[in-house]
Design a binder for this molecule. Sequence first.
Ligand code: NAD
Length: 502
Amino acid sequence: MELTTLERLPLWIGGRATAPTTTRYGEVTNPATGEVIRHVPFANSQDVDAAVRAAADAFPAWRAAPPLRRARVLMRFRELLEQHKKDLARIVTQEHGKTLIDAEGSLTRGQEVVEFATGIPHLLKGEHSATVGSDVDSYSLREPLGVCVGITPFNFPAMVPMWMFPLAIACGNSFVLKPSEKDPSASIRLAELWAEAGLPAGVFNVVHGDKVAVDRLLEHPEVRAVSFVGSTPIARYVYEHGTGSGKRVQALGGAKNHMVVLPDADLDLAADAAVSAGFGSAGERCMAVSVVVAVGDAADPLLGKMRERVARLKVGPGSDPSSEMGPLVTGAHRDKVASYLESGVHEGATLAIDGRQHPIEGDPDGFWLGPSVLDNVAPQMRAYTDEIFGPVLSVVRVPTYQAAIDLVNANPYGNGTAIFTNDGGAARRFQSEVEIGMVGINVPIPVPMAYYSFGGWKSSLFGDTHVHGTEGVHFYTRGKVVTARWLDPSHGGVNLGFPTNA
Ligand code: NAD
């Protein structure tokens, strides 16, 4: 593409902003105005190799630093995040489109992972057993892997990277982040804050780019582990190629999150929850509710209550504090999301609320689509089978609890789900029967806190380990068990039998 005088984002390599060698660039737009605001480099193999080299060079000294010293750098980083939260939120809003309050909330959730990671001296403690044999002790250690990579999606340009790198770095690894090319600026600001916090040069690096950069990271012999978050087809690809070249991979994919509403539920609470979780961040959240499963006679009153709430939603620029929902990330994505309104009706659904008619208080060139509800959606319709990832909520009507749980469990995705009911027994049964990684009970977006691990089941996650929490510590370390004898010199002579403690 032809470059104008607009700002060109740098890469971040070896502790400083670095000009890339690539000549390929992409456009970063402000979704609220449709305007191109800066250019993002698409790193080539040489750029990626420079970042991995810097990370590999920084690893030995960082690995050797006592965990408490590493934790102190994280503590300073946490203070800087708190201090600069409003600036970071403005960057996220400008490039992603979400409201400032939503952007700030996501930064707080990312910061909580940093706070969890400051406990790394405790989290890395191993086990010890004295006298597993005569004069023999055994203990376990968890050691860092080396260069770890994060590849992240557009919808949380700061929070999702912060699911990964605080723990990776606290564990003693070095890190290369490849953020989304759609909203890449927050990652550079985070890199500057790391430098200010005193992180040694090369421990945290950023390369921007597309498939070319991702493919080089997946095959690079010095990369030990890859954390990926994005759509299911790319998650599967990253998992297969990363593990194929011998790396540890956790790859989180897409979602279709069902909110089951039983007839005994508090329907005002359920309507508030469905509208908040369906249309927050314009539905561009992997934990957004995308399907309301209305059981028995819950559907009509619930839909009536949702209609009242949706009509009052204010759609406008995320930078306007009175906006409740912003634009979609790109024009192409907005058009794709809107196409499900037509395909839904064509396949027999009822367009109960048409977001194309919703008043928009913003620049006409922004990527707008108001909140929509498709009613009477059936499981074979595209609006049900596809992850729409926008402000289109489907309502599926089912006669019984059993039909609801069968529907949820038959879906190939398994990220999040919720049940709304006042019946504790029904909720308890749902929690046990549902085949989904994260479950809410009267909570529509059950994102686990930083000290639990986040991840879905089935096509929502490839790999065995969820992110952050103790599973995150395990992902970014490998175990070692030492068996030591000190020394009663009576070693007992040669013995070719298998060692036992007998
Ligand atoms: P995406 O899959 O298009 O992109 C994710 C990352 O992969 C980006 O860094 C992108 O540059 C890279 N990428 C894209 N195409 C590639 C290719 N062909 N080869 C190699 N790399 C490629 O996802 P997105 O549109 O940025 O984000 C939205 C998706 O992310 C949704 O599906 C959403 O559900 C998912 N998501 C999942 C979670 C979760 O926790 N499971 C969280 C957030 C987002």
